[in-house]
Design a protein around this ligand. Structure first.
Ligand code: TMP
Length: 403
């Protein structure tokens, strides 16, 4: 495989085996047409970037069937509210009539916060299913991928954009070079590119290997973002840890020599050096951790089944596709997965073909054990599912739910 940024040849350090598209929830009739790819992961020595080898075309994922709605979590709604306040205070306060672009604006959860302000905000969102909702929320939305061609649709933003932001999207875009070129064409001299994504350091320490799936082509660290930014005459000027998605990082990138570099950058880069996040060695340790986690998960679930326990899944997350297909779990172990998303209910999980049902079904069926696939939303879910524990139910996960 080749590094998608530097072009160097990379030897994948592990494979999770054949995987379907993680958000490819499907009807029974479509089982026979399901497409699988080999989920191999490699590490670029030149830009310290963990990346997938093969993945489906983004056009096959981000279309009218894309089933992930940011607003499905109250916690995420409040996170995006805080994120927008932070942007306003830190990077938009000085300029009236400022301009902001969000890459992958989903259903408009973040951009809604700029309605009726003096910031001219526009979202790029190619998935018709979610973009439709965004437009209903009166959010200015272009139903296209973000790239050097499509930014011509917002010519008045070229060289005049104060902030380009994005959350849980940049890791999804195969052509990172084109993202940086587009950012370069759009930003003012002092403008910033701010993005959040799941953090490599958190994935390694939690052994949350389910962060890796077809849509997450990259797992970023400060070390990799710094290297990539430098290749385009930008620099990493700040980085702030986030609680979202089980451990994320907010990166702030600006043009070289235009900003003071925050202390956070050095502190976190030192942490990464100490923990070898800039070295293949940490990837090889992670591989061993994944193999152990897989054995533990399979054995624990087998043990529960032997005791006659009824097991279900909670949250038909994209992440669950990696767990179910890597550990080869199906309906012999997990009876159903409940989820609040109406587009997923009535369908089956990709590859493992477990029925997706409503949360109401979960309440009525009294399972003994619930595998919390949406472990990143545990506080919100534990809060609303207190009765499950009262009735003797138990939560299960391959990550530590006490942390
Ligand atoms: P995510 O981990 O990619 O954010 O996906 C979360 C999934 O979990 C999404 O399909 C919605 C679902 N979900 C529930 O079913 N109940 C909940 O309380 C929350 C927060 C999410």
């Amino acid at each position: 495989m080749k590094c998608k940024v530097t072009g160097e040849l990379i030897k994948p350090f592990m494979s999770f085996g054949k995987m379907p598209s993680a958000n490819g929830f499907l009807e029974k009739e479509k089982f026979k047409d399901e497409v699988f790819y080999e989920m191999e992961v490699g590490f670029s020595k030149k830009c310290h970037l963990l990346q997938l080898n093969e993945f489906p075309k983004p056009e096959n994922i981000h279309n009218e069937n894309y089933p992930f709605y940011t607003s499905s979590s109250n916690y995420m709604i409040s996170h995006f509210n805080q994120f927008s306040e932070w942007l306003k205070k830190k990077y938009l306060s000085l300029s009236s009539n400022s301009k902001l672009i969000e890459i992958g604006s989903n259903d408009g959860t973040l951009l809604k916060n700029f309605n009726n302000t003096n910031t001219q905000a526009i979202g790029f969102e190619p998935s018709e299913s979610v973009a439709k909702i965004s437009l209903k929320n009166n959010v200015n939305t272009l139903k296209v991928f973000f790239n050097t061609d499509t930014i011509n649709e917002v010519k008045n933003f070229k060289g005049k954009t104060d902030v380009i932001c994005s959350a849980n999207v940049i890791a999804h875009i195969p052509d990172l070079k084109n993202v940086m070129e587009s950012v370069d064409l759009l930003l003012t001299n002092k403008g910033v590119f701010v993005f959040e994504d799941p953090y490599l350091g958190s994935m390694f320490s939690n052994v949350s290997y389910d962060q890796i799936y077809d849509e997450h082509i990259y797992l970023f660290s400060l070390s990799s973002v710094k290297k990539i930014a430098n290749l385009f005459d930008f620099e990493l000027i700040d980085a702030i840890k986030q609680m979202t998605h089980g451990g994320s990082m907010r990166y702030v990138i600006g043009r070289k020599d235009q900003h003071k570099i925050s202390e956070n950058v050095n502190t976190l880069l030192n942490y990464e050096k100490e923990n070898k996040l800039d070295d293949l060695e940490s990837c090889l340790n992670f591989k061993k951790d994944c193999e152990n986690s897989k054995i533990n998960t399979i054995n624990s679930l087998k043990e529960m089944k032997k005791k006659g326990k009824k097991i279900c899944g909670y949250g038909a997350t994209a992440k669950s596709s990696t767990i179910l297909n890597y550990c080869k779990l199906g309906i012999e172990t997990i009876d159903f997965i409940c989820d609040t998303t109406k587009e997923k209910i009535g369908k089956f999980s990709p590859g493992s073909h477990i029925p997706i049902v409503s949360v109401d079904h979960f309440h009525k069926n009294n399972p003994d054990i619930a595998y919390l696939f949406a472990w990143n939303h545990k506080n919100e879910i534990f809060q609303k599912e207190k009765d499950f524990i009262k009735k003797g139910g138990e939560w299960f996960s391959h990550v530590d739910l006490q942390k």
